[in-house]
Ligand binder design. Structure first.
Ligand code: MTE
Length: 334
């Protein structure tokens, strides 16, 4: 019997459950939810793709559609956001990535090139005045574009400093016009296992989902990034749209966004579903609260020898500490 040994920092439920049992359970749950018509569907879809040169050519052509927003960059830098360390080399930030849709290693930048990023539609749904869809380039035309220098701290205890291009998440929330009942925004990544081979690994709860409270999403620091290093976003970093919430561990900064859903219920995020004792909803950086399996006191700055102390809220307390002042019962740092 197969038992999957997890790579990196994750310990999915499948690591404790024989893989075949885990897959069958998920398949049954999914089939029951979808209704009898979908039973057997995964096998059929796989058969359509296998060895079909026309389908393969269409996928390859889709991935090559150029990003029409390239001419907009670079954006003016917002001087409000400064760094205490040099920027990470572009080559490092774009070749050392976490993007489980393309595999569980850091070296996924080549595989990620298979993702088509145009056309790309964003859906605004849930508790809003009116649900709508908007194309990526129409969205860019409506948003106040700027560049920000942010630290970026992964729960694995490595960090970078990157110049994101994009817009304040508050501008998107304003465009969405949430109802007063909405307290959270749930964000969802694309789902396309034909190009993102990791999404065929059915022990993960695809699609990748993350969430913020509305107060967090409208905080000055919450940023939706469309580019980095003064250019369009590389696919491996989450093109065409990803979140950057630098006071939280990096897994909150969801990539490849296609949907924002406003809700009164706290969303359950991808890693929380897999292992809620290790990856919570709030996931704010705190050097004094260790991960159950390692310390968070220091971090390895990519490209620099040695470790540096990790800062509370990753050094962004002046922007965000107030958000949490009346929340003492919550697990704010896990
Ligand atoms: N978003 C999606 N959709 N899938 C992922 O696997 N990984 C997260 C986050 N966003 C991830 C994701 C994690 S664990 C980290 S640390 C950051 O992306 C890494 O971002 P970077 O590769 O641009 O440094």
């Amino acid at each position: 019997m197969l038992i999957r040994i997890p790579k990196g920092w994750e310990l999915p439920e499948s690591a404790a459950t024989p893989e075949s049992l885990f897959r069958d359970r998920r398949r049954l749950i999914k089939a029951a939810a979808a209704g009898p018509i979908l039973l057997g569907m995964p096998a059929l879809l796989a058969a359509c793709d296998d060895g079909d040169p026309a389908a393969k050519a269409a996928l390859e052509a889709g991935a090559k559609i150029p990003d029409p927003s390239a001419k907009l960059y670079p954006f003016d830098r917002n001087p409000k956001f400064t760094l205490d360390r040099p920027l990470t080399a572009e080559r490092l930030a774009t070749t050392y990535n976490n993007y489980y849709e393309f595999g569980s290693s850091k070296n996924i930048h080549e595989k990620a090139q298979r993702l088509p990023i145009r056309p790309w539609t964003i859906t605004i749904a849930g508790q809003v005045e009116k649900e709508f869809e908007i194309g990526m380039d129409d969205l860019l035309a409506k948003m106040p574009l700027e560049e920000r220098l942010y630290r970026h701290r992964c729960v694995e205890a490595w960090s970078m400093a990157v110049p994101w291009s994009g817009f304040a998440m508050k501008a998107l929330v304003d465009l969405a016009r949430p109802l007063s009942s909405a307290k959270y925004v749930k964000m969802v990544t694309f789902e396309n296992p034909k190009v993102a081979s990791g999404q065929s690994e059915s022990w993960y709860p695809w699609p990748y989902v993350e969430g913020l409270s509305l107060a967090e999403a409208t905080n000055d620091l919450a940023f939706l990034a469309t580019g980095v290093y003064g250019k369009t976003m590389p696919k491996q970093n989450g093109a065409p749209l990803r979140l950057a919430v630098p006071w939280k561990y990096g897994f909150k900064s969801i990539k490849g966004l296609v949907r924002f859903e406003f809700t009164d219920k706290r969303p359950v995020s991808f890693w929380e579903q897999l292992q809620n004792r290790e990856y919570g909803f709030w996931a704010n950086v705190n050097p004094e609260v260790p991960h159950p399996r390692w310390s968070q006191a220091t971090e390895r700055v990519l490209g620099v020898n040695g470790r540096v102390p990790t800062l509370l809220y990753n050094g962004y307390g002046e922007f965000v500490a107030d958000l949490y002042k009346d929340m003492s019962g919550e697990k704010l740092f896990l």
